[in-house]
Design a protein around this ligand. Structure first.
Ligand code: ADE
Ligand code: ZN
Length: 356
């Protein structure tokens, strides 16, 4: 096998956890058009090619406008089930062993869809299809930060009856102008009720938003967080506390946070000893699932096998799994690495990391 093929096989095969995937962002154009026709939802696209042509984003907001439009085709419980099943099948093909899935209930309840319809369709797929595919999962309910704090609080109240199905809460949608601290009271209550907490911060917004997510929302993880490198004190804090950061490289390039994958700062984040993970964000819109994110980083930045092992381990460690399950998955990574050819044949792969 050529070196390139060895590395591609390594990226494909290593057991992975995904911690930043919006289920509405896994809606492939084919399913979007099929559900639109079934549910009688009008879309401004006549074909899959036309849908894909519209995926030329200039920033986060231009993407969100299309993403919210696409989500309107999801109407009944089975639509949410099928969407989630399709994502899980794709994830399992790429050796994702554990996934923590975001969903945006307000996008749907604002259209008159019941909260229960959304959560039970997604959860049923996670439980049934996840089991069949040997993949564990959790759900994280996101509040839309461009809507009011009162609406977020009402959504949290609705989630209480479904707490057995929802592991955590997060914060997403348009970032600039909607600082995390606004949502302090909502996150206080969510933590009191036992939800884990995460927040998108520092995707397009400034490092101060990351500080607010940490200090006011007291989040367990930061989503995106790429602008942290602009603030040395923040980097030192994130590294010291090993706060997990769920980075989504293809998303950042497609939303023009970086001009190209060569400019992405993930390698600098790793060099700064941050607890970084690699994720897909909205794979149907950004040209790839988790494996393509790793592959693009390898091609553009020379991400090596040692880095891939570190990123995969970080993701399981940063997950909301219990310690025993984490250890089982980490052992799967160890077994996978020790069954590979010797370290010399893996580009960028030092003996230390492989035998550690
Ligand atoms: N919702 C879906 N994808 C998102 C992203 N990348 N940032 C903020 N909100 C989102
Ligand atoms: Zn996201």
């Amino acid at each position: 096998m050529e070196l390139v093929e060895i590395m591609e096989a390594f990226i494909h095969g290593i057991p992975k956890a995904e911690l930043h995937i919006h289920i509405e962002g896994a809606l492939e154009p084919e399913l979007m058009l099929e559900l639109a026709a079934k549910n009688g939802v009008a879309l401004p696209f006549a074909s899959v090619a036309e849908v894909r042509q519209a995926y030329d984003f200039k920033d986060l907001q231009s993407f969100l406008d299309i993403y919210y439009q696409g989500a309107r085709v999801l109407v009944v419980e089975d639509d949410f089930f099928r969407l989630t099943r399709q994502y899980l099948q794709k994830a399992a093909e790429q050796n994702v062993r554990h996934t923590e899935i975001f969903f945006d209930p307000q996008t749907h309840t604002a259209r008159g869809i019941k909260f229960e319809t959304v959560v039970s369709g997604i959860h049923r797929a996670l439980a049934d299809v996840g089991r069949q595919l040997g993949l564990s999962g959790r759900l994280i309910m996101c509040f839309l930060r461009d809507l009011s704090v009162a609406e977020a609080m009402a959504t949290l109240e609705e989630a209480r009856d479904f707490q057995a199905m929802i592991a955590g809460v997060g914060l997403d949608s348009s970032e600039v102008g909607f600082p995390p601290e606004n949502f302090g009271p909502v996150f206080d209550r969510a933590r009191q009720w036992g939800f884990k907490t995460v927040a998108h911060a520092g995707e397009e917004g400034p490092p101060t938003y990351i500080w607010q997510a940490l200090e006011r929302l007291k989040v367990d993880r930061i989503d995106h967080g790429i602008r942290c490198l602009e603030d040395a004190a923040l980097v030192a804090y994130l590294a010291d506390k090993q706060i997990p950061i769920t980075v989504c490289p293809l998303s950042n390039v497609r939303l023009k946070v970086f001009d190209s994958m060569k400019q992405h700062n993930l390698m600098q984040m790793l060099a700064s000893k941050l607890c970084v993970t690699v994720n897909s964000d909205d794979p149907a819109y950004f040209g790839g699932y988790i494996e393509e994110n790793f592959l693009e980083l390898h091609r553009a930045q020379g991400l090596g096998a040692e880095d891939v092992v570190m990123l995969a381990r970080n993701a399981f460690n940063a997950s909301f799994l219990d310690p025993v399950a984490k250890q089982q998955y980490l052992s799967e990574i160890d077994d996978f690495v020790s069954a590979r050819p010797g370290p010399g044949s893996l580009p960028g792969c030092g003996t230390q990391a492989l035998s550690a």
